[in-house]
Design a binder for this molecule. Structure first.
Ligand code: NAP
Length: 518
C-alpha cells in the first residue's frame, strides 16, 4: 500500500485538530503532524497532538522539520530528541527525522533506544535538498540505509524542469516499498501521483489549495478525484498533456472522467515541459524508454506540436498523413515497445465543428471566403483542412512572414491584419492564443471586422465565451466555440489512445461544467 498522507500544520493545536478530521473526511490515508509550525512547542504539546491525530484512526507521522530542510524553525538536538521520543510514546506510527540530525550521536542514541523499545513505530529518515537536485541521490539513499537499515527513506528535491524528475522515479522503481521519493514544485507533479503506481511507501498531499506545506503539494481531494488515486496500481497506463503552460488545461479532467466512465485502468496527468525540441524529445524519450511507467500516449499543446512531429519523424516512426501535411502532431501514441507514433486530431475537430455549426457538410465550405488568424499549430490544422475542402483561405498573423509561408505552403493567400476589415470574409477563425485565460481581454480583431452575416469561430476554449465571440454576438454574427472543437478533437484523441469510442455525454458534460465555472 502507498499511503496518501496529508500534511497538517497550523497556528495552534485546536486548528490542527480540526484539520486532522477534515483531512480524514477528504480521504487522507495517513496524517503528518507538522509540529515545527507551532508557537511555543513542547514535548507535551507534541504528544497531545499525536493523541488527537490518533483519534482519526489514521496512521500518524510526527515531524518537526528543520528550517534548512523546509521547516518553520531550527531545533536543538535535545529538543528534537525529546519531542520525537515523546511522540513515539504517545503512539505515533512514524517519526520523521532528518538524516543530518539523526547522524548526531545525541539524537541517534536516545532515538535508537526508543525505537527499539517501541517496534510498532517506524523511523522515516529524510533528506530535503532545498536548492536543486542531490549531488548523488543513490549515494544519499545508501547512506540512509547504512544509518538505519529498517528506515523508510525519504528523499525530496525541487525541480525546475520535469526532466529532472526521472532520477527520482528510477530510484523509486529500484528501491521499492520502503521508499518515499518525490520532487517539489509544479514540474514535480508526476512524481507525487505516480508514487502509488511505483509502489512508494507514501506520498504527501495538502488539505486544500491554501494549506500546502511544501511547493507543488496537490490537494488531497484533487489527488483522489482528479488523479484517480484509489484506482492507481502497477498496471495503470499513463497518459498526459505535454505543454507549456499546462495548468489551465481541461484535458486531465476530461480524460480522467472518460477513463473512469469506461472503467479503464489509466491516469492522465499534466506534463509541464519547458524548453524547445531538445527538452521535449528528452522528456518523451525518458517516458517511452521506461516500460515500467506504462506510458500510453500524450496530447501535445503549445509550444510543442511541431516538436512532436519532428520527434516522430526523427525516429522514422509512423506519422499519419494529416499530421504530416499539417506539419504538427497533437497526439502521440506510445506502444508497449516504446515506439512513438504521431497523429493530428485538431483538423477533424475543427472542420466537424465548423460544418456542424453552419449546417453544411464539408462540400458546403467549397469556395467560401475564410479568414484564419494565426499561423501556429492550430492555424496549420485549420488551414490544411479548409484548403483540402476547397475553401478560399486568407491567413492573417502578427508575424507576417509566418502567415506568408503558411499560405505559400498550402497555396492560399496571406494578408496583413489591417486588411481584414475590408475583406469581409464569410468565416473568421481565430487560431491565436489571444483571449485565452488568464489574459481574457485579448482579442485578435477589432469590432469593425464583424458583420452580422459572418460566422466567427474562436479556437480558444478557456473561457468559453471569449472576448472575440462576445464581440461577434453583439454584431449579430453566428458564433462557434473552441469548446466544441476541443470536445471533438479530444474524442478523436481518445480513440487513438485506447482504441474505443469515448462516452460523448461524459466528455461534453465535463467540458461544459468546467467552462461554465471559468
Ligand atoms: P502556437 O503554435 O504557439 O501559435 C500561436 C499563434 O498565436 C501564433 O500565430 C502567434 O503569432 C499568435 N499569437 C500569440 N500571441 C499573440 C499576440 N499577443 N498577438 C498576436 N498574435 C499572437 O499555438 P497553437 O497551438 O496554434 O494554439 C493557438 C490557440 O489555439 C490556443 O489558444 C489554443 O488554446 C487554441 N487551440 C484550441 C484547440 C481546441 O480544441 N479548441 C486546439 C488547438 C489549439 P506569431 O506567429 O506572431 O507568434
Amino acid at each position: 500500500m502507498t499511503y496518501l498522507a496529508v500534511s497538517i500544520s497550523g497556528g495552534d493545536a485546536e486548528q490542527m485538530n480540526e484539520r486532522f478530521h477534515a483531512a480524514k473526511a477528504a480521504g487522507a490515508e495517513a496524517l503528518e503532524v507538522r509540529l515545527d509550525g507551532l508557537a511555543g512547542l513542547t514535548a507535551e504539546m507534541a504528544a497531545g497532538l499525536v493523541t488527537q491525530a490518533k483519534k482519526t484512526k489514521l496512521p500518524v507521522i510526527a515531524t518537526c522539520r528543520e528550517k534548512d530542510e523546509g521547516g518553520a524553525r531550527a531545533f536543538t538536538a535535545a529538543d528534537k530528541t525529546a519531542i520525537l521520543a515523546t511522540c513515539v510514546k504517545a503512539g505515533a506510527d512514524f517519526i520523521d527525522c532528518e538524516l543530518k540530525a539523526f547522524a548526531k550521536k545525541e539524537v541517534y542514541e536516545p532515538l535508537k533506544q526508543v525505537l527499539k523499545d517501541t517496534p510498532q513505530c517506524r523511523l522515516i529518515l529524510s533528506a530535503h535538498q532545498m536548492k536543486g537536485r542531490f549531488e548523488d541521490i543513490n549515494l544519499k539513499y545508501e547512506t540512509m540505509l547504512s544509518r538505519w537499515p529498517m528506515a523508510i527513506c525519504k528523499l525530496v528535491y525541487p525541480v525546475r524542469h520535469i526532466n529532472d524528475c526521472f532520477e527520482a522515479l528510477d530510484l523509486l522503481q529500484r528501491a521499492g516499498k520502503d521508499m518515499i521519493v518525490f520532487c517539489m514544485g509544479q514540474a514535480g507533479l508526476m512524481t507525487r501521483v505516480l508514487a502509488k503506481k511505483l509502489g512508494a511507501f507514501m506520498t504527501f498531499a495538502s488539505l486544500d489549495a491554501d494549506s500546502a506545506t511544501a511547493p507543488g503539494q496537490i490537494p488531497v481531494g484533487q489527488m483522489k478525484q482528479l488523479f484517480r488515486w484509489d484506482t492507481l496500481n502497477k498496471e495503470t497506463e499513463v497518459f498526459g498533456l505535454i505543454g507549456n503552460p499546462v495548468g489551465h488545461s481541461l484535458s486531465p479532467v476530461l480524460f480522467n472522467a472518460a477513463f473512469e466512465k469506461d472503467d479503464i485502468n489509466a491516469v492522465y496527468l499534466p506534463f509541464w515541459v519547458e524548453g524547445d525540441q531538445e527538452q521535449f524529445s528528452a522528456f518523451v524519450d525518458a517516458m517511452a524508454a521506461r516500460p515500467w511507467l506504462g506510458t500510453g500516449g500524450f496530447s501535445v499543446t503549445i509550444p510543442h506540436k511541431t516538436h512532436a512531429l519532428d520527434y516522430v519523424n526523427g525516429k522514422g516512426e509512423f506519422v499519419d498523413t494529416l499530421a504530416e501535411s499539417i506539419g504538427a502532431a497533437n497526439t502521440l501514441k506510445v506502444g508497449f515497445n516504446g515506439i512513438v507514433c504521431g497523429y493530428n486530431t485538431d483538423y477533424a475537430g475543427a472542420l466537424d465543428t465548423l460544418t456542424t455549426a453552419m449546417g453544411v457538410d464539408a462540400h458546403g465550405l467549397h469556395q467560401m471566403e475564410v479568414a484564419v488568424i494565426g499561423a501556429g499549430g492550430a492555424a496549420r490544422a485549420v488551414v490544411a483542412g479548409l484548403v483540402d475542402v476547397g475553401a478560399y483561405v486568407t491567413v492573417y498573423n502578427r508575424t507576417s512572414n509566418k502567415a506568408a509561408s503558411l499560405a505559400e505552403e498550402f497555396r492560399c493567400k496571406a494578408a496583413p491584419l489591417e486588411a481584414l476589415a475590408e475583406a469581409a470574409p464569410e468565416v473568421v477563425i481565430n487560431c491565436t492564443s489571444l483571449g485565452m485565460h488568464p489574459e481574457v481581454d485579448g482579442c485578435a480583431v477589432t469590432a469593425e471586422v464583424m458583420r452580422p452575416e459572418m460566422t466567427v469561430f474562436d479556437t480558444v476554449y478557456n473561457p468559453i465565451r471569449t472576448r472575440l465571440l462576445q464581440m461577434a454576438e453583439q454584431a449579430g454574427a453566428r458564433t462557434v466555440t473552441g469548446a466544441e472543437m476541443f470536445i471533438r478533437q479530444a474524442m478523436a484523441q481518445y480513440r487513438v489512445f485506447v482504441g474505443q469510442e469515448p462516452d460523448e455525454k461524459t466528455i461534453r458534460k465535463v467540458v461544459m461544467d468546467i467552462l461554465a465555472r471559468v
